[in-house]
Design a binder for this molecule. Structure first.
Ligand code: GDP
Ligand code: CA
Length: 310
């Protein structure tokens, strides 16, 4: 069964891990590049790296990002030399950023670089970029315009978000790899990622949403909001301050135009009637994923729901 997952970082990687460990699934993941930013002259792609590190099992499981057993000597030197070092980048992690940056400077396509990195980490699934162009989320907050990482890491999501812009997205060209992953999928899954800063910057690359709609595969989403709150991160506050309903229902509204089904937690059962009115097949489940078993179980549920195994 060919499954194409649209995913951000930590929440996306949890869903990816479940699907990745199912025997009968050939997985392609379209990842988010709008968090990318240059640090110390190196191109850092946090969400793509979280996918690679998680699936290759080198991830720091406590943090959910970064490499386990890391040291930070490179950052110590940079700090000593006067660089700003609020973006935590480990020594092992730096190696990857050096390779990516070097290959980009040589003119290699970012999609091929991401694919080669995934291969070098031993992955048997495809990690695909939605575009080879640079698209970056910018955040207008009560402290003015911030880059995404300034908002997310430096300011620890404290500023109130008033507007989001995905810089350059209208001009971005969708990759053939992303179109192929969507066009050949038997099942398309929207991961329980932040809808506004992880999923929308993928869907809004011209051609992506059209390809999803054109696919005859079932399309199922999983809510990143459980019991009216997030597992981690600013999604609920961001939804609220931007005028969305900060609930599983609010997320469903964003996706209702193209999804067939949406999986929400038992704790959010009160939203089922409203979701059905949106035309969404709504399924209640336990959607908090702590262990690999939790992830695999939910992934199996998605396949069952979609009927692609029948
Ligand atoms: P980021 O790029 O690292 O910020 O991660 P994502 O955008 O992929 O995911 C962030 C979202 O994942 C947050 O809104 C969390 O509520 C959600 N999330 C994290 N863990 C889980 C989980 O175990 N289950 C569900 N349903 N959502 C989760
Ligand atoms: Ca992210």
């Amino acid at each position: 069964v060919k499954v194409t997952l649209i995913a951000g970082g930590v929440g996306g990687a949890k869903m990816a891990e479940g699907l990745y460990h199912l025997d009968n699934v050939a997985l392609s993941i379209i990842g988010n590049i709008a968090d990318d930013e240059a640090f110390h002259g190196l191109w850092v792609s946090p969400d793509i790296d979280t996918l690679t590190y998680t699936l290759s099992d080198v991830i720091d499981r406590d943090q959910g990002w970064g490499v386990a057993d890391e040291s930070h000597r490179t950052l110590e030197t940079l700090s000593k030399l006067g660089d700003d070092t609020w973006m935590s980048l480990g020594d092992r992690d730096f190696g990857l950023h050096i390779c990516r940056t070097h290959r980009r400077a040589c003119g290699d396509r970012p999609t091929l670089i991401a694919r080669d990195i995934a291969k070098s980490f031993g992955l048997t699934c495809d990690i695909v970029l939605p575009t080879d162009d640079t698209v970056q989320t910018r955040v207008r907050s009560d402290q003015g315009w911030l880059s995404f990482q300034e908002y997310f890491v430096k300011e620890r999501c404290a500023p109130e978000v008033r507007e989001l812009q995905y810089e350059n997205i209208e001009k971005a060209q969708v990759t053939n790899e992303a179109l192929e992953a969507l066009g050949t999928a038997d099942l398309i899954v929207i991961a329980p990622s932040n809808p506004l800063v992880s999923i929308l910057p993928i869907l809004k690359v011209p051609g992506v949403l059209e390809a999803i709609k054109a696919s005859s595969a079932p399309k199922i989403g999983v809510s990143p909001i459980i019991n009216g709150g997030v597992v981690k991160g600013p999604a609920d506050r961001m939804l609220a301050s931007l005028g969305y309903d900060a609930t599983a229902f609010g997320v469903a509204q964003i996706y209702a135009g193209f999804l067939d089904g949406f999986v929400i937690d038992h704790a959010d059962a009160q939203h089922v009637p409203a979701m059905r009115e949106l035309g969404l097949n709504t399924h209640l489940d336990t959607i908090l994923m702590k262990t690999r078993e939790d992830k695999i179980r939910l992934a199996e549920q998605l396949l069952g729901l979609s009927g692609v195994l029948d």
